[in-house]
Design a protein around this ligand. Structure first.
Ligand code: MG
Length: 247
């Protein structure tokens, strides 16, 4: 990893737990429990997905609905009608980040979901996200990722020091660099088709991340390509491969 994060004590193994580390212990994805498990494992980062409710609360969930309740057209209070299988409420981004800030080894990979309501709503979510992170003083814990290119640019505009990587896998590294992105975070299939994007990104000083990498052969290939991060549902497997590589 590059520049400003160098001086801190965060782990540098490149392992990003996708929606937390949930799979092996059958925890709900995007729960505080899955974040805690990613921390426990010693992942460099734990990824989570963020939406903005109708009453402007940032909450953590993968799908646009929370157990059947549409997030963007519901209030936060309405989302509390259901609970995750482990008994947690839908986490607010604030609670999630606060839990992450209790430690200094695992960083928080904040995926801002593109709004299904409007571009304007997506840009508002970007603004709310930057404000929340700033208010909590969480900048050094957070890297942003997003499929919404305009929202990504808005985050960079509002916080020029923010690390923002783009997920859609449809832009060449040069364009991301020109627009101030920190890195690319592309589908493993796209990176295998266009391995030159990895080297181009590396030459431009962009970080390279891949999603969602669950096969051992893909993990090994990415490690050989010297990427910065690998996002996986199988962090235990990736950690084991990295450990064996050291020997
Ligand atoms: Mg995600």
């Amino acid at each position: 990893m590059t520049n400003k994060k160098e001086e801190n004590e965060f782990i540098k193994n490149g392992v990003i737990a996708h929606r937390g580390a949930w799979k092996l212990n059958a925890l709900p994805q995007n729960s505080i429990a899955s974040l805690e498990q990613a921390i426990e494992l010693g992942c460099e980062g734990s990824e989570f997905d963020v939406w903005l409710t109708a009453d402007d609360i940032l909450v953590v969930n993968h799908d646009p609905d929370f157990l059947g309740i549409p997030i963007e057209s519901s209030t936060y209070q309405e989302l509390l009608e259901k609970k995750l299988p482990n008994g947690e409420n839908i986490p607010t981004a604030e609670a999630y980040i606060r839990r992450g800030m209790e430690q200094h080894q695992t960083r928080l990979i904040f995926e801002l979901k593109p709004s299904k309501v409007s571009q304007e709503r997506g840009l508002k979510a970007a603004k709310k996200s930057v404000e929340l992170v700033r208010q909590l003083g969480a900048q050094k814990w957070i890297d942003y990722i997003t499929f919404d290119y305009e929202a990504g640019k808005r985050i960079i505009e509002l916080d020029p020091d923010a690390n923002v990587a783009y997920l859609m896998s449809d832009k060449a590294p040069t364009e991301l660099k020109e627009d101030g992105f920190f890195g690319l975070d592309y589908h493993i299939r796209v990176l295998k088709e266009k391995p030159e994007w990895i080297t181009e990104a590396q030459e431009l000083g962009l970080t390279v991340n891949a999603w969602t990498v669950n096969k051992e052969e893909d993990m090994k290939w990415l490690l050989d390509m010297n990427v910065d991060f690998i996002t996986t549902d199988e962090p235990e497997l990736l950690l084991k491969i990295i450990e064996l590589n050291k020997k």
